[in-house]
Design a protein around this ligand. Structure first.
Ligand code: KIV
Ligand code: NA
Length: 270
């Protein structure tokens, strides 16, 4: 059962595997496959709740799904993603919201989309016993600021900002760092510069670990980003099962004798 200390110590060692999960059966599959870290991402909004962006996701939404994932996970570290505006506005509220994920739902850490404003917040959370995973590079909660989801750190200034922010969060006590959608050479530089592990998504092969949205990885999403890879075709598999069910009911083939049970001594009720 990895702890945040084990994950931190895994930097430069065996690659860290991380996937999202939002529900119990998926968490069970991911955990049994030996994934090190299960992230209840705010990608929940897009993947499971039908939203266009992650912005509408609430603390209640994430908390409910964290509970489901924790109940189904035996081995992996469970990290709760803090949703848009649930942290960083007011320190006490931020800590209460993050603390709830550990205290009420059983997560072992939280993830924050970082900026200069989350350095002291990270330090405070870590002091209080809330381990923090820092998320840098493309931070999807800034979609309205970016006007989309562009790659980050593509010029010297941007790259330096990311490197500085990474160092600041390491110093503040973050145990790991997610690097999203940045050039691979920048991800390699950040990985070299830090002691704590980097976990990349769209950040090339040189991070200490990799993370994907599980729906993208198993081929359940109707759309997935170009940096993602489908390792299965769950959507096709589900579609064909559902189509078969529909045609079996329509044709009268289901339920058959073997799915039906007659009670021998039941009186005619009419
Ligand atoms: O919400 C999420 O799934 C994430 C990962 C992509 C890192 O933040
Ligand atoms: Na997220």
């Amino acid at each position: 059962m990895p702890t945040v200390r084990d994950i931190r110590a895994q930097a430069g060692d065996e690659p860290i595997t991380m996937l999202t999960a939002y529900d119990a059966p998926t968490a069970e599959i991911v955990d049994e496959a030996g994934v090190d870290v299960v992230l209840v991402g705010d990608s929940l909004g897009n993947a499971s709740l039908g939203y266009e962006t992650t912005l509408p996701v609430t603390v209640d939404d994430v908390a409910r799904h964290v509970g489901a994932v924790v109940r189904a996970t035996d081995d992996a570290l469970v990290v709760a993603d803090m949703p848009f505006l649930s942290f960083g506005v007011d320190e006490a509220d931020s800590i209460e919201n993050a603390g709830r994920m550990l205290k009420e739902e059983g997560a072992q850490a939280v993830k924050l989309e970082t900026g200069p404003h989350t350095v002291s917040l990270t330090e405070r959370m870590v002091q209080l016993g809330i381990p923090v995973m820092a998320h840098l590079g493309l931070t999807p909660q800034h979609v309205n600021q970016y006007g989309g989801y562009p790659r980050q750190g593509t010029d010297q200034d941007g790259a330096e900002r990311i490197l500085d922010l990474a160092r600041a969060h390491e110093d503040a006590g973050a145990f790991a760092l997610v690097l999203e959608h940045v050039p691979s050479n920048l991800a390699a530089d950040v990985t070299d510069a830090l002691e704590i592990p980097t976990i990349g998504i769209g950040a090339g092969p040189d991070c200490d670990g990799q993370v994907l949205v599980v729906d993208d990885a198993v081929g359940l999403s109707s759309w997935s980003p170009s940096f993602s890879k489908q390792f299965g075709s769950v959507r096709e598999e589900m579609s064909s099962a559902v189509e078969e069910y529909v045609s079996a009911v329509e044709s009268g083939e289901f339920p058959g004798e073997e799915h039906s049970h007659e009670e021998g001594d039941l009186e005619d009720v009419y």
